[in-house]
Ligand binder design. Structure first.
Ligand code: ATP
Ligand code: MG
Length: 193
């Protein structure tokens, strides 16, 4: 049997067995290469195109306004973009303040996740917050287990914790092969933010 034929047969078998309707997935984009938030934005755009509502929730407060902030409002209620809580900066303040900020941010995210109003919920840079222990990974996994079954979730950020990786349905690791920063080229609007 050719590979193509075997693949088609496998696909037909999977289609027969697949549960009807949408099955919410957990997707993780991690690794030290560029493209994690970009991939989440691409997934969000596709979801909006499919007629879904998207909540794109940001755990980090960037130094610059990211250009996507100029276009997401064009999608109206279909695409919510929100900086959670007070937002983290990449510079740490006190550990206690960071923990508290994470809790506030997470409380907002949980509400949106459990409401079931958004078919896709992006938790941008949550991996970073988990990696530094500002948020408990078990608490996050409990909320993912308890979410409405049709809700898909994307988690981005470097250093995704092992427990999240093993829980997720899809994990893609962006691996740096080259980055312009290494030749001294700084971040540029339209590419990096
Ligand atoms: P992007 O938002 O461009 O998809 P990302 O989400 O994968 O990037 P982050 O870890 O969130 O990456 O960092 C965001 C910023 O850091 C971007 O400006 C990006 O170009 C830059 N960056 C990402 N990876 C690297 C790297 N390996 N070396 C230097 N800068 C990087
Ligand atoms: Mg990012």
């Amino acid at each position: 049997m050719t590979d193509a034929k075997a693949y088609r047969e496998q696909l037909q078998e999977l289609r027969r067995k697949a549960p009807k309707g949408q099955q919410g997935l957990v997707l993780v984009y991690t690794g030290d290469g560029k493209g994690k938030t970009s991939a989440a934005l691409g997934t969000a755009l596709r979801a909006v195109g499919a007629g879904w509502r998207v909540a794109f929730l940001q755990f980090m407060k960037g130094a610059w306004k990211s250009a996507e902030e100029n276009v997401i409002p064009l999608f109206g209620d279909q695409w919510l973009l929100r900086k959670l809580g007070r937002g983290f900066t990449w510079e740490h303040e006190s550990l206690e303040e960071d923990r508290q900020a994470a809790q506030e941010a997470w409380a907002e995210a949980v509400q949106i996740l459990q409401s079931g109003q958004y078919e896709l919920v992006v938790l941008d840079e949550i991996n970073y917050v988990l990696h530094y222990g500002f948020l408990d990974v078990e608490e996050v996994l409990d909320a993912l287990r308890a979410r409405p079954a049709h809700v898909h979730v994307v988690c981005t950020g470097r250093n995704a914790p092992e427990a999240l990786v093993s829980f997720a349905d899809l994990v893609t690791e962006m691996r740096k092969v080259k980055h312009p920063f290494d030749q001294g080229i700084l971040a540029q609007q339209g590419i990096d933010y």
